[in-house]
Ligand binder design. Structure first.
Ligand code: IMP
Length: 209
């Protein structure tokens, strides 16, 4: 059975593959391919109000287009003192012209600016990931994972992607970008959601036999 990961984000795809390949499910004849195999698929506009809406939209479109099972991730960082921002707009926080580094700087500036609601010593936040699994026949299931932590004072570390340099997971004193992919894949929102997604994929595999 083939599963198409409905994303062009290399950091995400690497994590999804590494989480799924670390489990027995891949030896159960599951082939994980990326959108690189489908270069003509039109860009999917992520205009949902929630992670779930966006993940479902991406998974359904990709499953219909590829005629394969599609796994779509919509995820982001929610900072408590910014009322959950950047949230569903994490990838576009501050506008399209910003890169990951620019978004991290903007996030730290926004937090510093929130003197009243942001307790500087406790900048709690969480990464959230919703995964949608859709079949070419139109069935869709979603699973969710989250990872609690705090926002660092300055970006630190070189691994990972996105907001990894500013996120310190609970129980650690280093950012995801310092901890590296092996530790991140044991704790992350995406790893937790993928653990649940495995059960869904297993059932689909069994149904395909
Ligand atoms: P989308 O799911 O493609 O809309 O984008 C999610 C955005 O959230 C990414 O571009 C990152 O900025 C951020 N994000 C999601 N998951 C992670 C993560 O594991 N580490 C760092 N940033 C993340």
């Amino acid at each position: 059975m083939r599963v198409v990961v409905a994303s062009k984000n290399k950091g995400k795809i690497e994590e999804i593959r590494s989480c799924l390949f670390n489990t027995s499910i891949v030896s159960m004849s599951l082939e994980v391919v990326s959108m690189d195999e489908y270069p003509d698929l039109p860009e999917i506009v992520e205009d949902g109000q929630t992670f779930e809406e966006n993940a479902i939209k991406k998974a359904i479109i990709v499953a219909e287009y590829t005629r394969e099972i599609a796994l779509a991730d919509d995820s982001g960082l929610m900072v408590d003192c910014l009322n959950g921002e950047p949230g569903v707009l994490s990838a576009r926080f501050g506008g399209k012209e910003l890169d990951d580094n620019g978004r991290n700087q903007l996030l730290l500036e926004r937090i510093k600016g929130e003197k009243n609601s942001c307790n500087q010593s406790l900048k709690t936040a969480r990464f959230v990931c919703v995964l949608a699994i859709a079949t070419p026949e139109g069935a869709v299931r979603t699973v969710q994972g989250s990872c609690e932590g705090i926002i660092a004072d300055i970006p630190m570390g070189k691994h990972g992607f996105g907001y990894d340099p500013v996120f310190i997971p609970d129980g650690y004193t280093a950012t995801f970008a310092e901890l590296g992919i092996e530790i991140k894949n044991k704790l992350s929102h995406r790893a937790k959601a993928l653990e649940k997604a495995r059960d869904v994929l297993k059932k689909l595999l069994a149904a395909n036999d």
